[in-house]
Design a protein around this ligand. Sequence first.
Ligand code: SAM
Length: 214
Amino acid sequence: MRLFRSGDGSPGVLDERLGEAQHARDGAFTQARELYLRASGTHRHPAPRILELGFGAGLNFAVTLADARRRDAWLDYWALEAHPLPLELLEAVLGRFEPEVFAALAPGWGRSLRLAGCGFRLRLEIVDVRAWKPPAAWASAVYFDPFSPRTNPEAWERPVLAAMKRALQPGGVLVTYSVARPVREALESLGFRVERLRGRGRKRHWLRAHRAGP
Ligand SMILES: C[S@@+](CC[C@H](N)C(=O)[O-])C[C@H]1O[C@@H](n2cnc3c(N)ncnc32)[C@H](O)[C@@H]1O
């Protein structure tokens, strides 16, 4: 695994074994802000509860935390990760944006942990999502950010998407970068209303799926 500089100048991580980047090559920071933070409506939520599949280098978390602090919103963040990346890559990405959070995470890195800090609570669970038991109606938004359906198909299977639905509050949304037809169809068959959003750069579309309200 190695770092790369994405199109907007922010750092991303390339997994050479999979031949896939953890972050958008056109703009890692831009995707975190425009897709995960903004398209999910999290930037307007007074007390967001985020469930993330794929903590990776913590970029989505860092962007969401900075926004919540700026507007004095309390952030509750629950992230799942099967394969924590090497600490130096976490430092290069999360540590660049949130050095204090990185410093607090570093000693226990690699194990499940809980961290509370100024304006937030983070629960990082080291688990394969397929073995994870979702809470009912917990999250205001799901950041669905595993590797692609091509390289990481198990993360996109219907039982995983069903677990995300269970974890979402009624009226909550799941956002992701893949608009692949099997993903859309699986979400629709679970009762989500699925929208295609305009993407950025070479990624023409992103996806937002709404869980019906009560
Ligand atoms: C695209 S990266 C996530 C980038 C991250 N969201 C960020 O902001 O830096 C995908 C991550 O999903 C994790 N992942 C893939 N399959 C998984 C699974 N079955 N359960 C839990 N995590 C998984 C990978 O280990 C990888 O770290």
